[in-house]
Design a protein around this ligand. Sequence first.
Ligand code: APR
Length: 230
Amino acid sequence: MGQYRNIVVLTGAGISAESGINTFRDNNGLWENHRIEDVATPEAFQRDPVLVQKFYNLRRAGLKEVVPNNAHKALAEFEKSFSGDFLLVTQNVDDLHDRAGNEKLIHMHGELLKSHCTTTGQVHRQSDDISSDSRCLCCNTTTLRPHIVWFGEMPLQMEAIYSALETCDLFISIGTSGNVYPAAGFVEVANQAGARTVEINLEPSRGADAFAEAVIGPASIKVPEFLSSL
Ligand code: APR
């Protein structure tokens, strides 16, 4: 492990699959029986806020039924034992990395357990459902939405992510299909930085050619194995 000074890990839905959270692109392009454009765009929210709030309320409630798996746990243990710079960037909106114990963690696509007020932009903790009469703590209006980055919106904390990628010497991508940018392009930035680039996935992702190495198999087995090989 002493050979690395700055490690960036990117995770996607595949790391939470074995905890029981469905991935996005496994069911004919449907996410929990919905087309992504019907539930995960600002236009969908404008058109049918009740449907969109219900969809995320169900996902949020579902977090109570799941726990971190060995891949989440191994990443948390790794962060604790690593003396260099470490950043975990997740596309996942679940809280399994948080519960496993990772601290240097960016949820670039937002978090189910937060809401934000569309009037003030303030972000709040959100453990229960959001309904059409839920009032925000900041200005008492009923303009709360899930704190989720929808298609067409800007992912969060991109500056911090790129600055870590530009200086990393190891980049590991876990459980992501490589369909969604900007995350799918992170490997190129790491390659330009001269980093070792490794993909850990159940199958080669769409961007597999950009990685120097591939580890194929379930995250709960391959992630602990790979991290303990460092
Ligand atoms: N271990 C490792 N990889 C797995 C496992 C597993 N147990 N199960 C599934 N996978 C892989 C799949 O083979 C697939 O390549 O995880 C990947 C999941 O891909 P997607 O469902 O496309 O999820 P992700 O890449 O995270 O999606 C990116 O798209 O819908 C948006 O904003 C949403 O953050 C999401 C983004």
